[in-house]
Design a binder for this molecule. Structure first.
Ligand code: DON
Length: 594
């Protein structure tokens, strides 16, 4: 890292109200037109960009990485600086997060990587977990048909067959240029030699210790001989280092076969899971075509099923394209009404239609068509909410969920938007003994029972019912917005069902409301997901009169106790070609570039 020329997300030059060249132009303008000085002053004020409370985005000329954790960001940046491309960097960031951000980064979970190459081609790597072969439709339901609390979230019965290793390696093999050893180097070093525990890690470990302690393997990894880790302690993960070395050496087989696979199967037997050696050996990531759409002349690429993210995003944007969002103004009651109504419609379609495309027919082209959106738009009434009918289980909003997103663009023009998850914080809380990583609890993203809310209060039906080897529906929305054939915005985030509305709002904030990318990320967000029938808003964001207006329209509104998603974003400034990184202040994200 010595001599590296990068900027972190923390320091940028202070804003200048009027730059010297601007003044010169204005002054010569006055000389020519002989304008009175009061008029000159007014014109000058009009020309000055409005000041906001957001810090400036981080700027870089060639390449940029934005992730939720600093060591991971710099691991990606080093790969780029040594000539690697954005895919190499994304794989390095993904593996590093598995070590430095163990509550969400992972090798025991899955995700989606959206890639847009410099030549304009794009693809999505789907490394979503699969239901084990022994999974059954009613595996989380008792004999009376009631969902058994915790069965789909705690312990390895909640775990889908992990996809992360297969997905990251597929990306590297198909689109990367570096070796496995190179992209895994940082991750292995951090696992082996340890990282300093920061306050985030201390707090999350303390917060989840009562569940982690249910599994001796998890207690061994996540405590110092039974004592909680404290900020500043060195946290080493020797078993994880060994697993990562096996992946570096043997690739897919180093995880899905041999000793690591044996250990996963042993953990299943010990702790009540059903994943078999066959499940692991046969797991493959899949390349899929992303969803394509447009919004006000910008091209949008996003995640295709089994993620619902891209489809819901496009349906919402298509509906909103016919609404004068700019004219209504950010956070006006009319704009929030239009946004919530569009979200209601798109999330209702998600619940009904989206499933694993290898198992169910999805009317995909219809859902993302402009004609369909136009019909849906017509059902939105002016100044009046449309009830989603009675909300099941309204008021449940607790627990922390863990996913993490990173956006990368390289010096060659390739862009990568990746979201990975183990679902809840520390997944199903079970560490695979001797292999050093937690397993996901992604099975909860299936519909255990029709209309039964999952941990994000999402409901669903047949399309997302459990079947052996099926992938569960996701909300992850890694997205790339393209302008004039170049990546314009690289965006995605965490937050379960709120990911898609968070991504949509960043896009609206930039395209409709003209915010700079950091303002667009920082700006308070609202969320609606059809059921429960309510708008969740981040506290202190919507003014009182807007709340009053929306309630008068018939909406239920609640301040949310958790963020409405956390996004990590890059914007390519069309006028200069500079890359602007915007980490989300709702987490400790770091943008760095060169
Ligand atoms: O795939 C999904 O939709 C969820 N498992 C994502 C979970 C998530 O974003 C948690 N984040 N904080």
């Amino acid at each position: 890292m010595a001599g590296a020329v990068f900027r972190t997300g923390f320091s940028v030059a202070s804003n200048q109200l009027i730059s010297e060249p601007q003044m010169m132009i204005k002054l010569s303008f006055r000389v020519q037109l002989n304008l009175p000085s009061w008029l000159l002053l007014s014109l000058l004020l009009l020309a000055v960009p409005a000041q906001s409370a957001s810090r400036k985005p981080v700027r870089a000329k060639h390449a940029m990485v934005v992730s939720a954790e600093s060591l991971a960001t710099f691991a990606g940046l080093d790969i780029l600086r040594s000539g690697g491309n954005a895919i190499d960097a994304a794989v390095a960031v993904g593996f590093t997060l598995a070590v430095t951000y163990p509550e969400a980064g992972n090798i025991g979970g899955g995700g989606f990587m959206l890639i847009r190459l410099a030549d304009g081609q794009s693809t999505m790597i789907d490394f979503r977990e699969k239901a084990p072969m022994a999974a059954t439709r009613d595996m989380y339901v008792d004999s009376s048909g009631n969902v058994i609390p915790e069965k789909s979230v705690l312990g390895p019965l909640a775990s889908g067959v992990p996809g992360a290793v297969a997905g990251l390696l597929m990306a590297l093999e198909e689109y990367g240029t570096k070796s496995r050893a190179e992209v895994l180097e940082r991750a292995i070093a951090y696992a082996e030699h340890g990282i300093a525990v920061d306050l985030r890690l201390e707090e999350s470990l303390v917060g989840y210790m009562s569940d982690l302690e249910k599994f001796p393997s998890s207690t061994r990894v996540f405590t110092k001989n039974g004592e909680p880790y404290k900020e500043g302690d060195i946290f080493k993960q020797p078993d994880l280092a060994k697993t990562l070395r096996a992946i570096a050496k043997d690739g897919h087989d180093g995880f899905y076969e041999g000793e690591v696979a044996d250990r996963i199967v042993e953990e299943m037997k010990r702790s009540g899971g059903i994943i078999t050696y066959d499940d692991l050996e046969s797991y493959e990531a899949v390349e899929r075509t992303p969803v394509f759409g447009s919004y006000r002349g910008f091209e949008i690429l996003s995640s295709s099923p089994p993620s619902a993210g891209g489809t819901v995003l496009l349906e919402m944007l298509n509906i909103l394209e016919g609404v004068d969002m700019k004219g209504k103004g950010a956070h006006s009651s009319a704009a929030v009404h239009a946004f919530a109504a569009a979200a209601q419609q798109a999330y209702a379609d998600r619940a009904l239609y989206i499933g694993d495309p290898d198992f169910v027919e999805i009317p995909q082209q219809q859902l993302i068509s402009k004609e369909y959106a136009a019909q849906r738009r017509k059902t939105i009434q002016e100044n009046k909410a449309t009830p989603s009918t009675d909300a099941p289980n309204a008021g449940k909003e607790e627990g922390s969920h863990e996913t993490t997103h990173f956006s990368i663009i390289d010096q060659f023009g390739n862009a990568v938007s990746t979201t990975v998850t183990i679902n809840s914080l520390y997944g199903c809380k079970t560490v695979v003994d001797g292999a050093g990583f937690v397993l996901n609890n992604e099975m909860d993203d299936f519909v255990s029972k029709p209309m039964n809310p999952d941990s994000y209060e999402l409901v669903g039906f047949e399309a997302n019912a459990i079947e052996p080897e099926k992938r569960m529906v996701s909300s992850m929305t890694p997205t790339i917005v393209v302008k004039d054939n170049l990546p314009y915005l690289i965006v995605g985030g965490r937050g379960g069902s709120r990911i898609t509305t968070a991504v949509a709002q960043v896009i609206l904030n930039v395209i409709d409301f003209g915010m700079n990318v950091q303002e667009a990320v920082d700006f308070g967000r609202v969320h609606h997901q059809w059921r429960p029938d309510k708008i969740l808003y981040e506290p202190f964001t919507l003014p009182q009169d807007v709340l009053v207006n929306l309630r008068a329209m018939g909406y239920t509104l609640e301040p949310t106790s958790i963020a409405n998603g956390r996004v990590e974003v890059i914007l390519r400034e069309p006028s200069t070609g500079f890359l602007l990184g915007a980490p989300d202040p709702r987490e400790e994200g770091v943008a760095a570039g060169f």
